[in-house]
Structures are given as C-alpha cells and as structure tokens.
Design a protein around this ligand. Structure first.
Ligand code: SF4
Length: 370
C-alpha cells in the first residue's frame, strides 16, 4: 500500500486541521521534485495493491506533475494489475479533460470532498464549491470513473437534522459507489476554533448530533449503501480496499510532507512542514521519524481496535494464528465487559461492535489498550 500526500489547496477551509497549505507554483514544483526523490530512494520493488493520493487537494497538481509521480511509483514498486488507485478531488476543480487524464494515468477511484449540499453551510465552512458544482462534478466524474466516493459532514454550525436529511437524500439520488461520513471536530489552530472560543460558532448540541448520526447510519443502508465500517458505506463491493488495509494492519509506505508509514514493526511520520520537507529531501537528509515501535502487545491492541472499526469485526482464529495465543486469554475480560453492556457481539469465531457499539466505538477501543 502506498499513500502520497499532496498538501496544496486553493484556499484553506475554516475547519481544516489537515496538513494543507495554499502554496504557489514554485513551491508545488519543488514539492513534486522532492516527492519523486523520496519515492526513488525508498522504492523497493515490493508489490502494491492500493495507492491513495490524499491531501490537501491532489488535483491542484497538473496532470504532468501527477504523471511524474505515478511513473516514479511504477519504477520503484510492482503495482498489481488490479490495484485500486484513488485520488481525492474537490468539486468544481476538475473538468472533463482533467478527469480523462486522471483515468489515463491509471487512477480508477475518485474521492470527492462534497461535505454538504447546503450552499450557506459550504460558504461558512470556507469551501470553494457550491452545491450545484458538487452535483455536476459527480455527474461528470461518473463519465470517466466507475468508482466514485463522496464525503459528507454532519454536526456543522447552523446545520439542522432536516438539512442532514436533505443531504442524505441528495446523495441517495447520485450514482456514486461509496460514502464516507465525518462529524465535525473543532480543532486547535483552525478559524473555527477561534470562532468557537469567541462564542461565535453555532454548533448543534450533542443530542442533535447523535440524531444526525443515527439518521445517516440508518438511511444510507436504506438507500443501498452497505455500512462496512463505522463511518464508511458502499454500494455493491465498492469498499475502500486501501482503508481496509489500514484497519487490518497492512504495511504501507507514506510519501510526502507529514505522511505516515508502517513497515510491520515501526510507525513513522515524515516532517510536516512543506518547506522543511523539500529542503531536507534536497539536502539528502532523512524526512522520517519513528512515532511508535509496534511490539507484540501494541500489535495485539491494534489488531482489535482497528479491526473492530469494521462491521465484520475481528476473527478469534486469525488473532490466535498471528499472535500464538487465544484472544480470550488476553482480552477476555474486556470482551465480556463490553458484551454485557451491549457494545460487542461474540458470534462463533467473530467479535464485532453492536449498532450501539458503533456509535460508542472510542469507548470500546480505549478498553483494548492493555
Ligand atoms: S479542501 Fe480539505 S485539505 Fe484543503 S483546506 Fe479544505 S478541508 Fe483542508
């Protein structure tokens, strides 16, 4: 698995805490050169089943820049013929020629940051697109991509339950394969954080947010999107193979500023600053630092709390096979405690969150930290 981070956006959204910046053409060109150098240095010809270009907004790069990055990956790795290759894009920023170009570079999955179809809300969020642009971009994207995902947000300032209903109904009417949902988090350092501190961010209260969440998670399945993870829904088999890789503990390379990687034993992260990343790569210095050594205990914990994110949950047999010990010998008390309070199901070999457990996932996951 490979993740490529492209940190550039046309404008920064008011809630954004991602590693993103507006940048300019010179910085983008230098960044692409650095990214290619990093890929060239670290490529090990290993086989790759999924590639994900995230950001930021990767489609702020030109097709030529993306082609150079894709070529570098092709030279350094063995990309599976059936690999899932995703790129994130924002509505209103891609036209037919650009989408056709993405397909010809090998991208076969498009993830669109729609967030909501409410124009006033989009403006408040600082997004650059309108509801109309979102719908038109989805329709255009479907002419080129057979696998399109949209992101939806809830718990937004001034958002109502009726507004969420309208958004979900709108998504149901679109020919998309996948939906990811996100509850707004007001993060330190964002414009929303400052507004909130000044008492000027009219957020819906917790009960309304819970109602929004319940509505979305009940309604999307009714519209044909099977829930396969706490926040992810797919029509047919169009699950995100890349994200499933994260939840099942696969190894991955992360290229670019702030990108994370996991080699099976170490979790690493690259320096976050774009200019620092560029200058370190140009000077031949390392950009990665070790975040965590994943020893056996940490690996057992991760197996549980990452795997339990998925509706199918985790397999006791697989745990025993990987770790040479029974899951109930290590986590028996935790599993029984959460089963008794209605948050976990234990059926045969499988342990999974109940519906209630899905909405209280973090409470359950915390219990799995030994
Ligand atoms: S488009 Fe996404 S990454 Fe870019 S500023 Fe907005 S929220 Fe952040």
């Amino acid at each position: 698995m490979i993740y490529v981070h492209v940190p550039f956006c046309r404008r920064r959204c008011n809630y954004c805490a991602f590693n993103s910046t507006v940048g300019d053409e010179t910085q983008r060109a230098a960044y692409v050169d650095a990214l290619i150098t990093e890929i060239n240095l670290r490529g090990d010809n290993s086989s790759v089943e999924t590639i994900y270009f995230g950001g930021g907004t990767p489609t702020t790069l030109t097709l030529n820049q993306l082609a150079r990055i894709v070529n570098a990956i092709g030279n350094g790795f063995d990309i599976d013929a059936g690999a899932e290759i995703t790129i994130e894009a924002n509505p209103g920023t891609v036209d037919a020629d650009y989408l056709r170009g993405l397909r010809s570079l090998g991208f076969n999955r498009l993830s669109l940051g729609v967030q909501t179809f409410d124009d006033a809300l989009l403006k408040f969020l600082g997004r650059i697109h309108s509801s109309r642009a979102a719908i038109e971009t989805v329709e255009l994207a479907k002419k080129f991509f057979g696998n399109v995902s949209v992101d939806l947000m809830y718990g937004l300032p001034n958002q109502t339950l009726n507004g969420v209903r309208r958004d979900v109904t709108q998504v149901g009417g679109l020919d998309v394969e996948h939906v990811s949902i996100y509850g707004l988090e007001v993060e330190v350092g964002t414009k929303f954080f400052a507004l909130n501190a000044a008492g000027q961010l009219p957020l819906p209260d917790d009960d309304i947010c819970a109602d929004m969440y319940d509505f979305i998670t009940l309604e999307l399945p009714a519209l044909g999107f099977r829930r396969y993870e706490i926040s992810n829904f797919a029509r047919g088999n169009f699950v995100s193979r890349h994200n499933i890789g994260y939840w099942t503990g696969k190894r991955y390379f992360g290229f670019g500023a702030g990108a994370h990687g996991f080699d099976g034993a170490l979790r690493t992260s690259n320096v976050r600053g774009v200019d620092e990343y560029i200058s370190r790569v140009s000077a031949g210095m390392s950009v990665a630092q070790v975040e965590e050594v994943v020893d056996k205990r940490a690996a057992m914990e991760e197996f549980c709390f990452l795997g339990l994110r998925m509706v199918d949950g985790i397999s006791a047999r697989t745990f025993a096979k990987i770790f040479g010990t029974e899951i109930f010998a290590v986590f028996g008390d935790v599993i029984e405690h959460n089963r008794r309070r209605g948050l976990l199901n234990v059926v045969g070999d499988r342990i999974s969150l109940t519906n209630r457990g899905m909405s209280l996932g973090n409470v359950v996951f915390a219990d799995f930290l030994l």
